[in-house]
Design a protein around this ligand. Sequence first.
Ligand code: CP3
Length: 344
Amino acid sequence: MTGRDAPFLRACRREPVPFTPVWLMRQAGRYTPEYRALRARHAFLELCKTPDLACEVTLQPVARLGVDAAILFADILLVLEPLGVGLEFARGDGPRILRPVQSADDVLRLKPVAVEEVLRFVFETVREVRRALGGRVPLIGFAGAPFTLASYLIEGGASREFLRTKRFMRAERPAWHSLMATLADMTSDYLNGQIAAGADAVQLFDSWVGALSPADYREFVLPHSRAAIGRLRPDVPVIHFGTGTATLLPLMKEAGGHVIGLDWRVEIEATWDRLGHDVAVQGNLDPAVLLSDPAEIRREARAILDAVAGRPGHIFNLGHGIHQETPVDHVRVLVDAVHEMSAR
Ligand code: CP3
């Protein structure tokens, strides 16, 4: 079972599958001892930039967890570093942009980036992973969507309210659209590079776009996400993902993607009906459920599978990344439960 017939890729195309494929965001995360062991010896950016190590981290969870796809080990913020804004992953408090974008002039000062060259290490990792996987499971590449990338550039790091970003959008409309167009170009070059290197599918992470109203999404985001997705090779499945997006999902579908990511704040069945079954869906377990006992994890997985009722085009996933306190055994319980309970 290799290539286009892998259940994960069939599900992306809404074809019938023998069981519901499952993969998990942040499967390379800090909850596994083998990742922590590597991290004790290498900084996060060093792991990302060393293809042998990034390949090793990518493969770690595949055997241990029995997931149906591998997700590349990298980060959505890697594309921002070559812009000259200073990117740091400080231990404990997440990513930081040292020279955030604060004005229209700052947008003009961003260095032009030839993604194919500066992110060569990522493409090398993709090639290595593909060789090492030997067709066992497909490889998912990924990138940040323009809005989520812009929010890091403008906020300088994580944010709750995205006030600087929202102020910038309105106060500096032309500069905002020019920044978003640049990020959209970089995103599609980056994803096409991963596809050329062997990624079987790609996920576009618009993790924080749920902070916006539908009207703002339409004006400030949709044209750019659509442009980024529209330039991708059409035969490669695209998963379009965000969180807190209940009211934005139809617009995200309009922007593009073969699969739409759903978080746990929506009911999977009603939401899929509303979106239309001409698109596949991915989700939507609350990652916090993995902190409960195995019986509870199985019950929650069952509830999602029952709601979907075997319709082709469902990929099982969490609604967001795994929390670092998650016991690894619980993750395995989930993957096994989904496979067992969905077997047809
Ligand atoms: O799913 C995977 O494990 C694949 C690799 C991957 C990472 N980041 C590795 C990582 C992926 C797909 C991402 C995407 C990413 N990165 C997103 C979108 C997904 C999401 O979670 O919404 C975002 C917003 C980022 C930015 C980022 N990178 C943040 C906010 C953090 C810090 C988180 C924290 O809790 O401190 C990172 C660091 C990061 N990226 C880690 C990993 C495994 C942890 C790094 C470490 O070892 O300390």
